[in-house]
Design a protein around this ligand. Structure first.
Ligand SMILES: Cc1ncc(C[n+]2csc(CCOP(=O)(O)OP(=O)(O)O)c2C)c(N)n1
Length: 549
């Protein structure tokens, strides 16, 4: 069998039925193999989107999405998408074509050292030198991408190698020397955690994306209901724990709730699970009290203690460790601490939603809260980067895991629409998919709107427009004072209603709060895609609460 056919066969044996890609000369044999072997190919409009779509596709059901690009510019376009997935530990497989193996290093047409370039953006990468290694490499790639700390794996395959004939044998097992992720927590560390919880007066549990990645939401709820401690989350952990649960306090960090950051300062015990605990989560937590005890649980030992001093490091899978913790009883008396934080949450949410802003136009917080109320439990929301991301993280209530997708670590504008397309293709029909973004992020990869109609995807595309790069404007205001704006005006916006029409999807415009419910009613009553533009005043802030300190 041709090596190219063997590659597609391997993907099929891994359960892959859709790949996101863009063809070119260096992947011609692969495309011919896809045609022959009936692999569904989704033609994206820019390779970066292929990686974001594979990410959204994989995130809904805990699968591994696959993206494909040709050599040179195709592969370099893919890199931002890979870096985005890498920062957020999202498993995916990227296959790139490469120039003929004998020509590598000659600066041949469309040659780029993508293995070198992607080194720091992938969990692992391969340059295939021998066609007969391909089945083993693909088996390994899936294993590496989806185990331990998950992440993208790139396989760069010269065109002549794709054309070779090989005997097809797909290995049933993988054995990679030096790669054996630790799953269970060390028993002594587990008993230390239990002791610490029982001695704590003001504990907090902080969740990151590792919870969804491990698929341990049930174990987590059981643990929290036993230990009765308040739960906070990073941006990647928003959908790790039911947002309606009485122990859920919400988002921490630079864009989090002020009462959560205050509680983090006061806590005598912080247990971090499946989070990098990086600057966006910790930078605003000032005057950490000296007696604060930190336990950091993560599958990647390199993350533990990297940013914050850790007293008890625990390496392992979040689910396995929670199962261990659930075998104990918890006796600490913390109900007034937990109750106090929950009361603050209630007050904060009510105050913010009912607050009269002294700016005209639609209130983006109300818009997102209404989308959340309207779509109920089986909803996936993707958000882009900027103010829209923060409004969504605050007011979209995720009740189940794998519901809120955003680019947390790299903060890649343009993520939302392609991720929603991938998510829509993988989600079941009961799940609504909504993509929220600003006009800056939308215009970065807006060509993908074509796929919404082309594939008849029921996605509600929500663009919150303020004729500015809103988040940067707000940062400039906070850093340099009033009216010190520069380089953030979007001097021309297309007519979004006509744009929707051009793509043959329905367009709705929201200009004030009173239109929100009516538009959402129409948008969600059918299974048809639509584009909703919500005009927001550029003075509407996300970061006002930074000044709480
Ligand atoms: C690819 C990329 N370029 C630049 C940035 C820096 N950046 C962060 S937020 C932001 C503004 C986003 O504006 P818009 O998409 O209109 O959303 P808004 O903040 O108004 O909701 C920019 C430019 C980024 N995160 N990603």
């Amino acid at each position: 069998m041709k090596a190219a056919e063997a590659i597609i066969k391997c993907l099929q044996l891994e359960g892959v039925n859709t790949v996101y890609g863009y063809p070119g000369g260096a992947v011609l044999p692969l495309y011919e193999a896809m045609r022959k072997l009936d692999m569904k190919h989704v033609l994206v409009r820019q390779e970066q989107s292929a990686a974001h779509m594979a990410s959204g596709y994989g995130r809904v059901n805990n699968k591994v999405g696959v993206c494909i690009a040709t050599s040179g510019p195709g592969a370099t376009n893919l890199l931002t998408g890979l870096a985005t997935a890498h920062m957020d530990s999202i498993p995916l497989i990227a296959i790139t074509g490469q120039v003929n193996s004998k020509k590598i290093g000659t600066d041949m047409f469309q040659e780029a050292d993508v293995v070198g370039a992607s080194e720091s953006f992938t969990k692992h990468n391969y340059l295939v030198k021998n066609a007969k290694d391909l089945p083993r490499i693909i088996k390994e790639a899936f294993h590496i991408a989806n185990t331990g700390r998950k992440g993208p794996v790139l396989i760069d395959i010269p065109k002549d190698i794709q054309d070779e004939e090989i005997e097809f044998i797909y290995p049933s097992e993988v054995d990679i020397r030096g790669y054996k992720p630790t799953i269970s927590g060390h028993s002594k560390q587990i008993t230390r955690i239990v002791e610490q919880i029982n001695n704590a007066r003001q504990p907090i549990l902080c969740l990151g994306g590792g919870i969804s990645s491990s698929g341990c939401n049930k174990e987590l709820v059981e643990f929290v209901e036993k230990a009765k401690m308040p739960v906070v989350c990073t941006l990647m952990g928003v959908d790790g724990f039911p947002n309606g649960n009485p122990y859920f306090a919400g988002l921490l960090g630079s864009h989090g709730y002020p009462f959560v950051n205050k509680a983090m300062n006061k806590a005598d015990l912080i247990i971090v699970i499946g989070a990098r605990f990086a600057d966006r989560s910790t930078a605003v937590i000032s005057d950490k009290n000296a007696s604060q005890y930190v336990i950091h649980i993560d599958i990647d030992p390199a993350e533990i203690g990297k940013n914050v001093k850790t007293h008890t490091p625990v390496v392992g899978d979040a689910g396995a460790i929670l199962r261990q913790l659930n075998t104990y009883d918890y006796t600490s008396e913390i109900s007034s601490w937990t109750g106090g934080i929950m009361l603050e949450r209630k007050r904060y949410m009510e105050e913010n939603l009912n607050r009269e802003w002294d700016v005209q136009g639609a209130n983006p917080c109300k818009l997102i809260k209404s989308i959340s109320d309207k779509t109920g439990r089986k909803a996936v929301v993707t958000s882009d980067v900027g103010q829209n991301q923060i409004w969504t993280a605050h007011y979209f209530l995720a009740d189940e895991s794998r519901r809120y997708f955003t680019s947390g670590g790299l903060g890649t504008m343009g993520y939302s629409l392609p991720a929603a397309i991938g998510a829509r293709m993988a989600a079941d029909n009961d799940t609504t998919v909504t993509a929220v973004m600003g006009e800056g992020g939308f215009q970065m990869l807006m060509g993908e709107l074509a796929l919404v109609r082309e594939h008849d995807l029921d996605i509600k595309v929500v663009i919150i427009t303020n004729e500015r790069l809103g988040m940067v404007r707000e940062l400039q205001l906070n850093a340099y004072g009033n009216e010190s704006y520069y380089g953030i005006d979007i001097g021309f916006n297309p007519d979004y209603m006509k744009l929707a029409e051009a793509y043959n999807i329905k367009g709705y415009l929201i200009e004030e709060d009173s239109q929100i419910d009516e538009v959402l009613e129409k948008a969600y009553e059918t299974n048809e895609p639509c584009l909703i533009q919500c005009r927001v005043n550029p003075d509407f802030p996300t970061l006002a609460h930074w000044r709480w300190r």
